[in-house]
Design a protein around this ligand. Structure first.
Ligand SMILES: C[C@@H](c1ccc(Cl)cc1)n1cnc(-c2ccccc2)c1-c1c(C(=O)NCCN2CCN(C3CCCCC3)CC2)[nH]c2cc(Cl)ccc12
Length: 100
């Protein structure tokens, strides 16, 4: 019925489509498909940092991404997970809405 159609539409509304360089990073972390929710993008990026051991073992909030594709996308050598703003800036540049 109409409310189901509405729910399906809303379900699709919050999907985003990563541009190719970001999609490759998400896929390296095990992501399947080409559209994700923002929460899924963040989860896969976290997994990527873990799998590639980009975080400092002693100061675990520090991510050293210089020399990695992630650093290329962020335009940074390192960042702290305590300041997400550079990551959100990068996502603005590398995500398009999948709803269109
Ligand atoms: C709050 C959240 C966050 C999420 C987004 C942002 Cl822009 C900042 C911060 N967060 C807090 N620490 C981390 C983190 C730290 C080191 C290594 C990996 C992840 C994360 C990140 C997650 C995540 O999905 N986090 C789930 C729980 N994390 C706790 C930390 N855990 C590890 C910490 C290092 C030692 C092993 C456990 C992994 C699961 N996704 C991210 C993606 C990026 Cl681009 C950057 C950081 C994260």
């Amino acid at each position: 019925a109409a409310e189901n159609a509405c729910r399906i539409t809303l379900g699709q509304a919050n999907q985003v489509r990563p541009k190719l360089p970001l999609l490759k990073i998400l896929q390296a972390a095990g992501a399947q498909g080409e559209t994700f929710t923002l929460k899924e993008v963040m989860h896969h990026l976290g997994q990527y940092i873990m799998v590639k051991q980009l975080y400092d073992k002693r100061q675990q909030h520090m991510v050293y991404c210089g020399g990695d594709q992630l650093g290329e996308l962020l335009g940074l050598e390192s960042f702290s997970v305590k300041d997400p703003s550079p990551v959100y800036e990068m996502l603005k540049r590398n995500l398009t809405s999948a709803a269109m």
